[in-house]
Ligand binder design. Structure first.
Ligand code: MTE
Ligand code: MO
Length: 383
């Protein structure tokens, strides 16, 4: 069994698939912490978790002027300054279950919690590439940086993905070869001993158990770069889809969802107010500037209070423009309308580019169920 060496996992996780392991935390606890504890951080594995000996570990780098580089874990840690960022990771399939309700899609049936926020520490990818000979000569030809994991399928094919060269080498890109998550060694599920963290970019490019980096004129040839994680028209079906016709997802669109109260619960009318909580995040380093909340299905709106740290801690300093990698948690007490029979709670976020979420799912439906970011709605009974 290729899955015989899987790590133990937190019992609170809601399992989507066991082999490979895919799970999300209960939505109700996701917004309890600004920094998601690693044990409940969502886990998305395509293959068995590889067990890597840190002493034997080598990171290979190809495509630079000096030939192939082979770097040990201690070299990575000692040769390059340690850089720390707080960044949210979101799977392209987050909220896929809402697309499934419109019309069936292919993929894991994620709820609203295939997204989490952590601090990540490691070497800047930029520093590593420059150190080993990245310069104008390489830059003139290369367009992409490819990553390969140490996790392999039965045919020996590794997980792989790539990102645009600019994102990888720019000073503002903040791409890390991370060896710590929330101040500790990366857990096995999150890529021990080294993963790429590409802040602002879809989870799929944040390659775990990183074995190889290739600076190239081409994107990764992997299935996950070429024939998956792409968006299509609602009119495209499996008979007509041409994966070559769409670009690979990199930056993600504006997103928000309600974590509290939970669907199907009821609210006591005599409380007069209902407390609503959730998260909001946008890709590409675009900062969430506002979250609007309605309890009457979108007829009237209220502006939520945004939070950038854990309760009791000082708010985080505002990020430099274009480098807002972390989510915002939000909260608001909304008066219960007098003659309401039920509550339909709705949230929608706005980012620094004034991008907003679409109001319904159907017009953004796509056969893979990715990029699901319509207004999130939760219906509650009043008692
Ligand atoms: N890297 C490797 N090597 N293997 C994988 O299966 N899954 C990707 C990405 N990196 C994956 C990977 C996907 S689709 C996502 S959403 C994120 O890892 C999930 O990261 P997490 O498990 O740390 O939350
Ligand atoms: Mo993903």
């Amino acid at each position: 069994d290729p899955y015989s060496a899987e790590p133990t996992r937190h019992p609170a996780l809601q399992i989507n698939s066991l082999k490979p392991f895919n799970a999300e935390p209960p939505a109700s606890i996701l917004s309890d912490n600004y920094i998601t504890p690693s044990v409940i951080f969502f886990k998305r594995n395509h293959l068995p978790v590889p067990r890597v000996d840190p002493e034997a570990y080598r990171l290979e780098i190809e495509g630079l002027s000096g030939g192939v580089v082979s770097l040990s874990l201690s070299e990575l840690k000692s040769r390059f300054p340690k850089h720390t960022i707080t960044a949210t990771l979101q799977c392209a399939g987050n909220r896929r279950s809402e697309m499934n309700k419109v019309k069936q899609v292919k993929g894991l049936n994620w709820g609203i919690a295939a997204i989490s926020n952590a601090t990540w520490s490691g070497a800047r990818l930029r520093d590593v590439l420059l150190y080993y000979g990245f310069g104008p000569e390489v830059a003139a030809k290369a367009k992409h940086v490819q990553f390969e994991g140490l996790d392999k399928d039965v045919t020996g094919t590794a997980y792989g993905a790539s990102i645009p060269l600019n994102k990888a080498v720019s000073e503002e890109g903040d791409v890390l070869l991370a060896y710590e998550m929330n101040g500790e060694d990366l857990p096995p599920d999150h890529g021990y001993p080294v993963r790429v963290v590409v802040p602002g970019v879809v989870g799929a490019r944040n390659v775990k158990w990183l074995g190889k980096i290739v600076v190239s004129d081409e994107e990764s040839k992997s299935h996950w770069q070429q024939n998956d994680y792409k968006g299509f028209s609602p009119g495209t079906d499996w008979d007509t889809v041409d994966f070559k016709s769409a670009p690979a997802i990199q930056e993600l669109p504006i997103q928000s969802a309600i974590t509290h109260p939970a669907e199907g619960t009821s609210v006591d009318r005599s409380d007069r107010e209902v407390t609503v909580k959730g998260y909001a995040w946008s890709g590409g380093g675009r900062e969430v500037v506002r979250v609007d909340v309605s309890v009457d299905g979108g007829k009237t709106w209220h502006v939520a209070k945004l939070r950038t740290s854990d309760q009791g801690q000082h708010p985080a300093p505002p990020p430099p423009p274009g480098r807002a990698w972390a989510w915002k948690l939000w909260e608001i007490d909304v008066p219960i309308p007098h003659r309401a029979q039920e509550l339909e709670i709705v949230c929608k976020a706005v980012d620094s580019g004034y991008n907003m979420q679409p109001d319904t799912v159907a017009p953004i439906w796509n056969l893979r169920g990715v990029l699901s970011n319509a207004w999130h709605r939760v219906k509650l009974a009043l008692s």
